[in-house]
Each structure stands twice: as structure tokens, then as C-alpha cells.
Design a protein around this ligand. Structure first.
Ligand code: DX5
Length: 225
């Protein structure tokens, strides 16, 4: 499966619907309003060990690919991500993010790059930002979690904003074109705060899929950011 290029829009953060909050009785219909107004979609993979929740495996990727033409970002909230990289690559993920707190992040990031995909490293709220330093040469994306990973619909942790700003500084100092993604509790208000702190990719779940008019919600976001 060809690795789709992840378009980073110019002059505004990428908007990334999180499939976790989508309507699985009609994925195509649920993702359709987001289609033209988003930049890629994220599948939130949870194993019930690294996080208390259990979500889905690589089998979800072809279904999301059939429901939306957007590139797919797989956020692996799993203890042993190395076991699943080939499967998510083969299923059509264009970017795979593993957690710095999970098993063998360095080996996983190397493998993701060897698979020809974009590689992301995610940090739980309590993990020091310095954990990303050894992996910078391998990274296309850093994901700052603004909730404790595991469930959608949680409230944004505002104390993460200085961390987003610090990550932006760290990326600038590295001289590398690493994307800065934020995930958790993103709505119209927190999106502005996260973008203002330096995020250039916003994962949006419940605020998007619970909106009466998801397309209007995204249009409003694009205008305000
Ligand atoms: C947390 C999940 C959620 C999800 C976004 O483990 O990763 O952050 O993607 O959900 P909302 O936007 O509802 O917080």
C-alpha cells in the first residue's frame, strides 16, 4: 500500500478527526462531513494494558480508508507496539505514532521509517519532554497528550500548554521539520490555545463528532485558527 503523503496545510494547524468518537454504524457518513475540511484521520489503538481501554486493531484501517480518502495516522497506545507495525503498515497507515513509555520506542521508530512511513512519538502528560531528545533524528511528529490517554471525551489539561510551547522551542532548536500534534479535549476554545502554544496538528474526537453540524464546526475552527 503506497504511503500517502501527509499534507501539512500552510498557515494553519492540520485538523485530524479521531475515529474513536465516530459513528461506527455508519463510518462513511460519520467521516464524510470531515472529509474535505480535515487533513488526515487518526485511529486510536488501545490494548487494555498500556491504557485501561480496548479499542481496535489494524483491521480498522481498511474500513477507515474505505470511508475516507484522507491519509491515516495510527496512534498506538499499546504496551508492545513493535508487534503491530507491519500490520498497520500493510493495512494502509501512512504515519504510526508509538509512546515513549511503551516498549522499545527507538527500535519501533527505526522500523516505522524502514517501512517507509512517517514516525511519531507520543508523551503521556507526566512524561518529561526530554524523553524525546534521543529520538529526534527519527521523528516526523511529536504528540503531546493533553489528556491521560485511554478515553475520548475527557477535559483538556491546560497545564499541558507550557509543554506544547516547550516542545515547539525544542523542535525549532533541532532545526528539523518535526510536526507538533496535540490530542485530547480539543474543542474550539482549546484548539486556539493549543495552536497559540505552537501545535500544528490537532486531533479532535468528541467535540467534532458530537457537533450538530461537524462540517460547520470544522469550518469555524479553520477560520479561527
Ligand atoms: C485519548 C484519545 C483521545 C481521542 C480524542 O486516549 O486519544 O484523545 O483521540 O478524543 P477527544 O477529542 O474526545 O478528547
Amino acid at each position: 500500500m503506497k504511503t500517502p503523503f501527509f499534507p501539512l496545510p500552510s498557515g494553519r494547524p492540520a485538523l485530524v478527526p479521531s475515529v474513536l468518537a465516530a459513528d461506527f454504524t455508519c463510518l462513511k457518513g460519520s467521516l464524510a462531513p470531515a472529509g474535505k475540511l480535515s487533513d488526515w484521520v487518526q485511529v486510536d489503538v488501545m490494548d487494555g494494558h498500556f491504557v485501561p481501554n480496548l479499542s481496535f486493531g489494524p483491521g480498522i484501517v481498511p474500513s477507515v480508508a474505505a470511508a475516507s480518502s484522507l491519509p491515516i495516522d495510527a496512534h498506538l497506545m499499546v504496551e508492545e507496539p513493535g508487534r503491530f507495525l507491519d500490520a498497520f503498515a500493510a493495512a494502509g497507515s501512512g504515519l504510526i505514532t508509538v509512546h515513549a513509555e511503551a516498549g522499545s520506542p527507538g527500535a519501533c521508530l527505526k522500523k516505522i521509517k524502514a517501512l517507509g512511513l512517517k514516525a511519531g512519538l507520543a508523551l503521556r502528560p507526566k512524561t518529561p519532554l526530554s524523553k524525546v531528545l534521543p529520538y529526534l533524528p527519527l521523528l516526523d511528529l511529536i504528540l503531546i497528550m493533553t489528556v491521560e490517554p485511554g478515553f475520548g471525551g475527557q477535559a483538556f489539561l491546560p497545564e499541558m500548554l507550557p509543554r506544547v510551547a516547550a516542545a515547539r522551542k525544542l523542535i525549532a532548536a533541532s532545526g528539523r521539520g518535526i510536526w507538533l500534534q496535540v490530542d485530547g479535549g480539543i474543542n474550539a476554545r482549546t484548539a486556539e490555545a493549543a495552536a497559540g502554544a505552537g501545535a500544528d496538528s490537532l486531533v479532535i474526537g468528541s467535540a467534532l463528532f458530537s457537533a450538530g453540524d461537524p462540517a460547520a464546526f470544522l469550518r469555524g475552527l479553520r477560520k479561527s485558527l
